[in-house]
Design a protein around this ligand. Structure first.
Ligand code: NAD
Length: 351
């Protein structure tokens, strides 16, 4: 087969390993900032303090007001705090909400960030930013928001509750699956996506059985890194569009929505994406038959205890036709055509 592609790699510096948080100060020093503001959510106080300890005298202070969807006034308040403390950079510690705050501060106020992820969302690997102003969330891509360095310390994920570990992990697997059928996927993103999905799908059952198993946590976090990297490198399709509408218009929780919707989108798209199905089949150890792969994915999600229906995560049935119309109205690439009938059937099954 003849291949032809453009692979445009994003800059990526990763420091990975248990205990690596202790080297955060050296990592920041290497990149330049003299004093950094530590960003995070109010619930993660103990982890933020560990980051401060790792930073030593490069820690200027803590701003623990990160929230989902990055309200613009919170980003402005973080930048104000950085100025008051004479900080010239940020360290974002936490999940997608904390990393998203670091990106917003980088975008609007020009402060560089280092990320210390503690979930599997993968935002730290993407140039995608989001900002909510006057109730409207805008998103965009800008390389300026990419963290300068990412410190993955699996010890920080030991406290991630099992339920959130599962849904966050399946959120990451969804990035990989869509990268496998992305219109701008390359042989390199395909390798990363398959390995990312494999690593996470292998680790999650062990995380559920033994949440404090550092090997399992390391495998999951490595998978999340690769899944985030391919999210940043390719264009997402039907799955992410659907989840965006379900989360944006109906307030459904981010990671849970991804977990519910993914097997249904795989079933929908499988006829147009045999290579993606085969890669996912290898990652799951389920062969290349589309039905078997879809079933294996749905079974693993259910066995992990993930929610399995939109109804269970708060979707009102009467909203489904509106979701269909919103998704049909937005143009995006997808390996098989999306019709009113196919989308209605997909959502009915997911409901
Ligand atoms: P989150 O960052 O909102 O965290 C969820 C909760 O888990 C928070 O209460 C947090 O304090 C807690 N938490 C995080 N890590 C923990 C740990 N190790 N131990 C205990 N508690 C912990 O959730 P998320 O799923 O990581 O991120 C979701 C957000 O990220 C959404 O807003 C989504 O849009 C965004 N996102 C953006 C991108 C991107 O590329 N821009 C990619 C993925 C997700």
């Amino acid at each position: 087969m003849t291949t032809s592609f453009v692979h445009d790699a994003l800059p990526m510096r990763v420091v990975f390993g248990p205990g690596r948080l202790a080297e955060l100060g050296e990592e920041v020093a290497r990149l330049g900032p003299r004093r950094v503001l530590v960003l995070g959510t109010p619930e993660q106080g103990a982890t933020l303090q560990r980051a401060v300890d790792g930073l030593g005298d490069r820690a200027a202070g803590v701003f623990a007001e990160a929230r989902q969807h990055v309200p613009a006034e919170i980003a402005a308040a973080a930048a104000d705090r950085a100025r008051e403390l004479d900080a010239d950079g940020c360290v974002a510690v936490g999940g997608g909400s904390s990393v998203g705050l670091g990106k917003a501060v980088a975008l609007r106020h020009g402060l560089p960030a280092v990320a210390v992820p503690t979930t599997y969302a993968g935002s730290e690997m993407t140039p995608i930013w989001g900002l909510t102003e006057d109730g409207v969330k805008r998103t965009g891509r800008d390389r300026a928001v990419l963290p300068r360095s990412v410190v993955y310390d699996p010890e920080l994920t030991l406290t991630l509750p099992v339920g959130l570990s599962v849904t966050s992990g399946l959120n990451a697997v969804a990035h990989a699956v869509e990268a496998l059928w992305a219109p701008d996927g390359t042989p390199i993103t395909a390798v990363m996506a398959e390995e990312g999905a494999r690593s996470l799908l292998a680790a999650l059952p062990a995380v559920v059985d033994r949440p404090d198993d550092l090997d399992a946590r390391s495998g999951a976090l490595q998978g999340a890194w690769l899944c985030g990297a391919v999210l940043g490198a390719t264009t997402m399709s039907l799955h992410h569009k659907l989840c965006h509408v379900l989360g944006g218009s109906y307030g459904l929780p981010h990671a849970e929505t991804h977990a519910v919707v993914l097997p249904h989108v795989v079933a929908h798209n499988a006829p147009g994406a045999p290579a993606a199905v085969a890669a996912l089949g290898r990652a799951l150890g389920a062969g290349a038959d589309a039905d078997a792969v879809t079933k294996a994915l749905a079974t693993e999600a259910r066995d992990l205890g993930a929610p399995t229906s939109l109804a269970a995560i708060g979707m009102p049935r009467e909203g489904l036709p509106d979701v269909v119309e919103q998704v049909l109205a937005a143009p995006y690439a997808n390996p098989v055509p999306v019709t009113r009938e196919s989308l209605t059937a997909l959502l009915d099954a997911a409901f």
